[in-house]
Design a protein around this ligand. Structure first.
Ligand SMILES: [Zn+2]
Length: 261
């Protein structure tokens, strides 16, 4: 008897699946369109629709800015500083203020070695980018913490996930901050890929005038960044051979790194 029912059950399941796919296919399609819309307008690194959000400058000169997000994160940030010093390269660090509270000494070391730091929110929480009530915490409080630790308030801000929406950009302006975007060095960086792969991808992303994004931490959770740090040691000599020079992001954009008050 089972042999008779089995094809019938299979056929019935197929019919039910077909019915649901045809009837409700618009649900995943609408969801995909909404996700695509949010990504394109609010997150894509090159979206300028809501205001100035530079990822590069127009130039034929072989100049780029290396930027590092989500630190300080020992021991990877220290290792990165040693590598940058050995190659004589100055970089820009966008730090969540929650990490700065944890590692004020390391934050001051970044400055002491000639790099610049920018505001990268307080908590790095994605959802807080939507809530104007959180801007006081994410932007203003972060500015005050940085001022307490390094004596100056940054003039540059990079939002977590490169998120931008008109209210966020307006609040940055009110806080005397310019938002900074960039090009992700490697899609594999998030998966803690080996250094060779990250360096190979980053070399393809590099072009005159671009701001390149690496990570020496992960949000405010720290984590292993061996691949990213070692990729820098591989990448810098390659790019130097091609004639590239490395500027901090303020110099590349021709903007101040810190506020005067
Ligand atoms: Zn980040």
């Amino acid at each position: 008897m089972l042999y008779i029912y089995l094809p019938l059950v299979l056929l019935l399941s197929l019919l039910i699946t077909y019915y649901f796919l045809v009837t409700y296919i618009y649900i995943p399609i609408i969801l995909l369109i909404i996700i695509g819309f949010i990504y394109y307008f609010f997150i894509w690194s090159k979206t300028q629709i809501f205001g100035y959000f530079p990822a590069s400058i127009k130039t034929n000169r072989k100049i780029i800015a290396l930027t590092f997000d989500d630190g300080p994160n020992p021991p990877y940030t220290e290792e990165l500083l040693t590598i940058l010093k050995r190659h004589g390269v100055k970089a820009s660090f966008f730090l969540p203020a929650k990490n700065i509270e944890k590692f004020p000494e390391l934050t001051r070391k970044i400055i002491a070695e000639g790099h610049i730091i920018g505001n990268h929110s307080y908590s790095h929480k994605f959802i807080n980018n939507f809530k104007s009530l959180c801007f006081e915490l994410e932007i203003t409080k972060a500015q005050n913490i940085i001022k307490k630790v390094i004596g100056r308030r940054p003039a540059l801000y990079r939002s977590p996930w490169l998120f931008k929406q008109p209210w966020l950009l307006k609040n940055l302006k009110n806080n005397g901050l310019t938002p900074v975007s960039g090009f992700f060095s490697s899609n594999w960086e998030i998966w803690k890929a080996p250094a060779e792969l990250i360096a190979r991808n980053a070399a393809k992303v590099v072009a005159p005038g671009r701001i390149i994004i690496f990570h020496d931490g992960a949000d405010t959770r720290g984590g292993v960044r061996k691949g990213s740090v070692e990729a820098i040691d591989i990448l810098i000599p390659q790019l130097k051979k091609q004639g590239y020079e490395f500027l901090t992001v303020d110099k590349l954009l021709g903007l101040p790194a810190y506020q005067t008050t």
